[in-house]
Design a protein around this ligand. Structure first.
Ligand code: NI
Length: 215
């Protein structure tokens, strides 16, 4: 993926930022409809489609086409909350843009953390700050309702992909309840197998999804 990114055109990251976040954003991006962005995005979307943890945590209805950015020396992204609604251009044809509600945000790290300093994703929630800097190939999925920033890169260059997910379950606490319940049921199932109680709990999980999801 980095080989393809090295060949891509890079533009000012403010092209996809809102009015407030545009003031805070200092980085570079690959244009969202470029061939490189589409090819790289397909790699990610295919991997996500196979990832049970992602499915369980996001209950994704739609995944926004992945975007790609880089922070070279001195670049950063000040504190902001991502836009609630985004427009994605269709993959083919000239039809109108599709509107997305951004329920969750994802950052996929694409540079070995030993190759740059700074560039931490800092997520600010009611319990304080969470500093995130993951190995290349690891992704963090977090609530799009949270305020966050990226600290200045002081050495090297930090490359990543970022995108949003519209969940079938809009309510964050309901989504989290379903995620915790799914994890508990999967763990129980590994321990005791498909007992009548496990089958019953699995059914209740699906009935809660039926109650809360818009598909
Ligand atoms: Ni953001």
């Amino acid at each position: 993926m980095r080989d393809l990114m090295a060949k891509a055109e890079w533009v000012d990251g403010r092209v996809t930022a809102g009015a407030q976040s545009g003031q805070a954003k200092h980085n570079l991006q690959i244009p969202e409809n470029s061939l490189e962005a589409r090819a790289l995005g397909d790699v990610i979307l295919t991997a996500l489609g196979r990832n049970e943890l992602f499915t369980s945590a996001s209950l994704a209805l739609r995944v926004f086409p992945p975007l790609f950015n880089r922070y070279d020396g001195g670049m950063n992204f000040g504190s902001h909350i991502d836009n609630a609604i985004r427009f994605a251009k269709p993959m083919v044809g000239n039809g109108g843009a599709v509107r997305f509600r951004t329920d969750m945000s994802a950052t996929l790290f694409l540079t070995d953390p030993a190759h740059y300093d700074g560039g931490e994703l800092v997520i600010e929630d009611t319990y304080g700050e969470h500093r995130v800097k993951l190995p290349a190939g690891d992704m963090i999925l977090y609530s799009a309702t949270s305020r966050h920033h990226v600290t200045p890169v002081t050495r090297g260059s930090r490359w990543s992909s970022f995108f949003w997910i519209q969940s079938m379950v809009r309510d964050e606490s309901a989504r989290l309840t379903l995620f915790e319940m799914d994890k508990a049921i999967q763990g129980l199932r590994r321990q005791v197998g498909d007992t009548a109680e496990v089958v019953s709990l699995t059914g209740l999980y699906h009935n809660l999804v039926r109650r809360w999801a818009d598909a």
